[in-house]
Design a protein around this ligand. Structure first.
Ligand code: GLA
Length: 737
């Protein structure tokens, strides 16, 4: 890993393990151009790639053509309003009402390490593991300074980028758009990968051709959303899982975003990512700065899988924090699908007793333990224990659960308020509202205006006193509606455009405060399932509830989309009861266990009510989790077959970093008559070693037990049909010494 500046050529060259990223400065106006991003290069004499000698000429040599120059030059970070008609990254409005920005290079700094981004989640690294380039540029008319940051990490091919805007003028300026990263390059007939969904159907992979014009994904819902994900990748048409070029951008942020590629009239392509400019207007006072969140850029020549593993390693080592980062998580049982709101101490203890007998390690009490919350019409904001339900109080329940040798966890939804709550009755102005308009309810609740310090403090004190009152070792932090009616009684008229972003900052501040006061807490974020599954939230808690859909088959596609970027250790996944509560589908208990094993693993059912046969399977599943979780959490993930594409079966693998073992999960979604056994090629193994199927006794269908690594990778093995639909198997390969 290194970062160099060649003064003669005026070129920055950022080298990661296998990639180079080059930026050039041209002309007396010091325009900053994007030269190259791709496989690692030796030389940095690359300015010729910027095509500045092609007509139209560089503006200062021939100012007549300035406009068309600006519209074709591959900008590293763009201005606006002066001739570049492609979608840009930075827009302002001055107090005089004018727009227009043009950025020129001023100076730079290259240093070891990486500075944190004030108030924002971001990747981190030490002086030995990380290097940063900061390029300072300026708009001399506005007196606006823009600092572009690029950080790289030892052994990684990721580049973390962010942007800071500083107002050096004597008067305030409105920032109406501040995106975080831009990559201008030639379109080479790329295909774009994005993730789409809905409630209970998050992060479905979609691939489409990159066409002329603009295309992308976004959210203006105040959260990263169920619907679209702050991620996009573009790849060559022939790129596969294992081979070929792919570029990706992922946003370390949990609110409104835009991610877009635009193919210009000349076939160049501009990829952008950042906070969505809709409803964004930030007043920047003289001397103040605005920090835009981080974008992670990845290029891989080793296909989609290469990109995936780069993200996984980066997030495991440089984003996720806290005690549980590299630790096995306690196997939990959550009472949501078991009881919904209908529970009391007795019921919870009955579940806990039965669960602890089977090896489950933590009881999580979900929604319904506070205020008068017997349904979702009431009490959000009143974080006092309902002692009618929890007879003897919370501490009694927690102590009893602890006596069973289990940990205790609790559900919270701190960002919300029910109109039917003491909090709302006392402070109706603490919810977002536009004066004169009736607020739009969603799940019968409003969103608290956490941009106000007094609201934040009040909510924090309430939830902290709950956490202080008993031995609570886990929090599920939920957020069950999207933002609307964005008006704050706490901010002046000219700052209402800051609300969406300020609310995200406020959530970060609250989680930061909570994890600092309770450093041993395991925090699982959640948002109506997986609407806020993003790298921003991962900075505060190491796992996120993946989806409210716990059906094993649906989960295959939800988890495949999620695992395209996120390590398996982050995906909240549980075995739930059947018929499945969302879909009504019945799948074997074993299969539900195999699918949940690809995530944090836990249960979401009333263990006192399932069949005895199922109860008796739990200890085996618990043993399976303990046997494989280190590998699943820390290993290299490979997608082998995707049922959403082939409609019949799904297969993925995790290989230990030292290639000493691998776990292949095979799920036959639908059985079919009259087909050959399925050929599965198992990548990532040591090609010079032999492997044995350690759990061969679980595979009556497979006759041969020992294979060479290259045989498994290139020739593969044949998986015969399994009897019935929704059948699953694990294949544990262990390297022979
Ligand atoms: C959300 C979560 C669920 C559950 C409910 C409780 O939908 O995703 O897991 O906690 O809220 O209201």
């Amino acid at each position: 890993m290194q970062i160099n500046y060649n003064e003669k050529n005026r070129v920055f060259k950022i080298d990661t393990e296998h990639t180079s990223y080059c930026i050039g400065i041209v002309d007396e106006e010091n325009f900053i151009g994007h030269i190259y991003y791709g496989r690692k290069l030796t030389e940095d004499n690359l300015v010729y790639l910027l095509r500045t000698m092609e007509a139209p000429f560089v503006p200062s040599q021939n100012n007549r053509e300035r406009l068309s120059f600006l519209d074709t030059f591959p900008m590293e970070y763009t201005g606006h309003g002066l001739g570049d008609y492609r979608e840009g990254t930075l827009m302002v409005r001055t107090m005089g009402g004018h727009t227009g920005v043009s950025l020129s290079y001023v100076s730079h700094r290259i240093y070891d390490g990486k500075e944190p981004l004030t108030g924002l989640p971001a990747t981190f690294g030490q002086q030995e593991t990380c290097k940063t380039l900061e390029i300072t540029c300026e708009d001399r008319v506005l007196n606006l300074q823009v600092i572009l940051s690029y950080s790289i990490f030892a052994g990684s091919d990721a580049i973390a980028r962010s942007v800071k805007v500083v107002n050096q003028a004597a008067e305030a300026v409105y920032l109406t758009k501040v995106l975080s990263a831009c990559i201008d390059m030639d379109n080479e007939d790329y295909e774009m990968i994005t993730l789409h969904g809905s409630w209970a159907r998050e992060r479905t992979i979609q691939t489409r051709s990159v066409m002329k014009g603009k295309q992308g994904v976004s959210s203006v819902r105040g959260e990263s959303s169920h619907q679209e994900h702050p991620f996009m990748a573009w790849k060559s048409k022939n790129t596969t899982e294992e081979n070929g070029d792919i570029y990706a951008m992922h946003f370390v942020y949990s609110g409104n975003f835009m991610a877009q590629v635009e193919v210009s009239q000349f076939g160049s392509m501009r990829a952008l990512m950042g906070i969505h400019p809709q409803d964004f207007c930030w007043k920047l006072e003289p001397g103040d700065s605005f920090q835009a969140p981080e974008v992670i850029c990845v290029y891989s020549a080793e296909g989609i899988g290469g990109m995936t593993r780069t993200f996984h390693d980066l997030y495991r080592s440089h984003l996720i924090r806290g005690e549980y980062r590299n630790k096995k998580r306690p196997i939990l049982i959550n009472n949501w699908e078991a009881t919904y709101f209908d529970f009391d101490t007795e019921k919870l203890l009955a579940i806990a007793k039965e669960a602890s007998r089977r090896g489950i390690e933590m009881l999580v009490m979900d929604d319904g333990w506070f205020g008068y919350r017997n349904d979702d019409n009431t009490s959000l904001g009143d974080w006092q224990v309902n002692e009618d339900k929890l007879k003897g109080g919370l501490k009694y329940l927690v102590d009893e659960v602890n006596k069973l040798g289990m940990k205790f966890g609790i559900w919270l939804e701190p960002e919300m308020v029910s109109p039917d709550s003491d909090l709302y009755r006392a402070h109706p102005d603490w919810a977002f509202a536009i004066p004169g308009r009736k607020g739009s309810l969603a799940r019968n609740q409003y969103v608290l205006d956490l941009t106000r310090q007094e609201v934040r403090d009040h909510i924090y004190n309430m939830i902290a006193s709950v956490l202080r009152s008993a031995n609570i070792e886990y929090v599920k932090w939920d957020m069950n509606r999207q933002l609307s009616d964005m008006g704050s009684y706490g901010l002046p008229a000219d700052r209402q455009g800051e609300l969406f972003h300020r609310q995200v900052l406020a959530v970060y501040e609250l989680q930061d405060r909570m994890t600092k006061e309770f450093p041993h807490l395991l925090l699982e974020n959640c948002s109506g399932g997986g609407a806020r599954f993003d790298p921003g939230m991962l900075y505060y808690g190491p796992q996120i509830w993946c989806s409210d859909d716990t059906d094993a088959v649906e989960r295959l596609s939800i988890q495949a989309g999620t695992a395209m970027i996120y390590p398996l250790s982050t995906m909240g996944a549980h075995v739930s009861d059947c018929p499945n509560h969302t879909l009504g589908r019945t799948t074997p208990f074993e299969t539900r266990g195999y699918v949940a094993l690809a995530g944090t693993f836990g249960y979401e059912l009333d263990v006192t009510k399932i069949t005895e046969e199922e109860q008796n399977m739990i200890p085996d599943q618990v043993a399976m989790y303990h046997k494989y979780n280190d590998l699943v959490r820390e290993g290299d993930y490979y997608r082998i077959a995707h049922y959403a594409e082939n409609h019949y079966y799904d297969c993925y693998e995790v290989v230990a970093k030292d290639k000493s073992e691998a776990l292949v999960t095979y799920i036959q979604v639908l059985n079919r008559p009259s087909f050959h056994s399925r050929r599965i090629r198992i990548p990532g193994l040591d090609k010079n070693a032999s492997y044995v199927i350690e759990n061969a006794q679980e595979w009556p269908e497979i006759v041969q037990v020992e294979y060479h690594g290259d045989t498994l990778q290139y020739a593969g093995i044949n998986i015969p049909p399994l009897k019935g639909d929704f059948q699953g198997r694990l294949l544990h390969l262990v390297k022979k010494q």
